[in-house]
Write a protein that binds this ligand. Structure first.
Ligand code: NAD
Length: 488
């Protein structure tokens, strides 16, 4: 089935490439998009490029399906399965989209320009340049929040980028192989096999669940003398994990973790990460040091430097420390030509993939409306310019045409953005997931194996391409049949 689908895809998709698209057109407005994450990619999927030149600038030339990143960290999925090259998505547009792999360094909202830099290892003659925009879609996401806690930045593993998941996998396997080294001291084996996950938000919960699955499904068979000694501790500063889920799902998660022998330490705060240990402030405020092989940091997000710099240019209106303040149409307050979406903004909703994705799709519709408005305005100018040279009878025609265009222009309305919450889902390990789903008369909170199947089907249908769906389904099947890969 998989080979047949791949052959079908090859035949149907191979003809689509930039050579078959309209070239860029200097008479059209240029939209520059910063980022290739949920918001930017959802915009790219939705936007009609007939009326615009589109430039996408991102340090990664792909979209990463972040909800499945913890599965990559333990080898359930292979990294390539959850990536979609941005150019693959761009080739479906009517006009060529310029995809530039570079990191935006600064935005000048007054001259309407963006400066970006090639920060990859290999450099050519030019590695920094500045381009103008008519509209800027600012979708740069966020970076890991470490709160300046000593050791976190250089000693902990993160779970934000693809490289983080690969690094976690590499380090975890290194800990196991080192523990298996002949003659290793007992206390050292226990240290190496202690994994500390920091943060009881969805990321920390999913990582803990995935590590537990790796242990149960694979390590127990391959390292029988060690597997029983692996310990997972989840550290959370707040009184409970997953504050965004309903109470019964929090309890369900905590009891599942208890059965899975994952220690949940709430009201406990990480104070320092050392080479071979983690320093915790316990609920009774005492400080304790726990030896461990690795620390996974899932302590939340903060704004990037470029975002702080951009906000600093509007000191009187951009004062929210959580991110860019936007109006009802997602325009940055203070900068009319900038639309900001996703994790770099401060809104009343949690900064999730779901929000960013709906914002991106909404902007696609906004740009369609703006293009209509521009075209009607251009038409009006043309008609008004024709009046002085027109005969009397022609003037009457022009007047009625002007009235008709003005009526159409009046009908072009930008509707405000409304977020429609489709529910929250999280995988908690042991083939169980939890879901809080909005329903007509409130919420449905469900957890267990059926929810896990729902979680899988929801994620596979959310993947942006058939190619990724085939790859992810294939990986799940391969993992079920052959187990996870143990090699480093
Ligand atoms: P988060 O902000 O939701 O959770 C981070 C947690 O780390 C917090 O509970 C915080 O109290 C804790 N923490 C911070 N510093 C600490 C310290 N020193 N010691 C102990 N605990 C500490 O972060 P996240 O889980 O990465 O999620 C980020 C966003 O992405 C959220 O909006 C989340 O809803 C969303 N998300 C959703 C899903 C999902 O729905 N399945 C998955 C991943 C992320």
């Amino acid at each position: 089935i998989i080979s047949g689908t791949a052959a079908f895809l090859y035949v149907t998709q191979r003809e689509r490439h930039p050579g078959t698209q309209l070239p860029s057109d200097p008479s059209k407005k240029t939209i520059v998009v910063l980022g290739s994450g949920w918001g930017a990619t959802s915009l790219l999927k939705t936007i009609d490029t007939t009326e615009y030149n589109l430039v996408i600038i991102s340090p990664k030339n792909y979209f990463l399906f972040t909800p499945l990143l913890p599965s990559v960290a333990v080898g359930t999925l292979s990294p390539r399965s959850i990536l979609q090259p941005t150019r693959y998505l761009a080739r479906h547009k009517s006009r060529q989209v310029s995809v530039i792999e570079a990191e935006a360094k600064s935005v000048d909202p007054f001259t309407k320009t963006v400066t970006f830099e090639d920060d990859s290892e290999i450099k050519g003659n030019t590695s920094q340049t500045t381009i103008p925009y008519d509209y800027l879609v600012y979708a740069v996401g966020a970076e890991v929040q470490t709160f300046g806690i000593p050791g976190v930045q250089d000693k902990a593993c993160f779970m934000k980028e693809l490289a983080d998941a690969e690094e976690l996998q590499r380090r975890f396997k290194d800990c196991i192989e080192t523990a298996a080294f002949p003659g290793q001291q007992e206390s050292e084996i226990d240290r190496l096999l202690h994994v500390v996950v920091v943060g009881g938000g969805p990321t920390g919960i999913e990582v803990s669940g995935e590590i537990h699955d790796f242990l149960e499904d694979d390590l127990k068979s391959w390292y029988p003398e060690l597997a029983g000694r692996v310990r997972i501790s989840l550290v959370e500063a707040l009184p409970s994990v997953l504050p965004m889920f309903s109470k019964q799902l929090i309890e369900y998660t905590e009891s599942t973790f208890k059965e899975s022998k994952i220690d949940v330490l709430t009201k406990t705060m990480v104070k320092e990460v050392k080479d071979n240990s983690v320093v915790l402030q316990m609920p009774d405020k005492t400080i304790k040091e726990f030896p461990c092989g690795m620390v996974v940091w899932a302590g939340g997000n903060k704004g990037r430097k470029i975002t702080q710099d951009l906000m600093a240019q509007f000191p009187s209106v951009q004062t929210n420390r959580r991110g860019i303040t936007v109006d009802h149409h997602l325009r940055m307050v203070g900068a009319e030509s900038i639309f900001a979406i996703g994790d770099c903004t401060s809104t009343s909703y949690a900064p999730t993939a779901q929000v960013a994705s709906q914002q991106g799709a909404y902007l696609g519709r906004v740009f369609a409306q703006l293009a209509k408005k521009d075209n009607f305005e251009k038409k009006l100018i043309e008609l008004q310019q024709a009046v002085p040279v027109a005969s009397e009878s022609e003037q009457a025609n022009i007047a009625s045409e002007v009235e008709s265009v003005q009526n159409q222009l009046a009908k072009v309305k930008l509707r405000p953005f409304h977020y429609s919450h489709q529910g929250s889902l999280a995988y908690i390990g042991s083939d169980k997931a939890i879901a809080d789903l909005p329903f007509a008369n409130g919420n449905i909170a469900t957890g267990g194996v059926m929810t896990f199947l729902f979680w899988r089907s929801a994620y596979i249908s959310t993947l942006f391409s058939l190619r990724n769906r085939v790859l992810v389904a294939n990986d799940w099947l391969i993992t079920k049949i052959f187990g996870r890969d143990l090699s480093r």
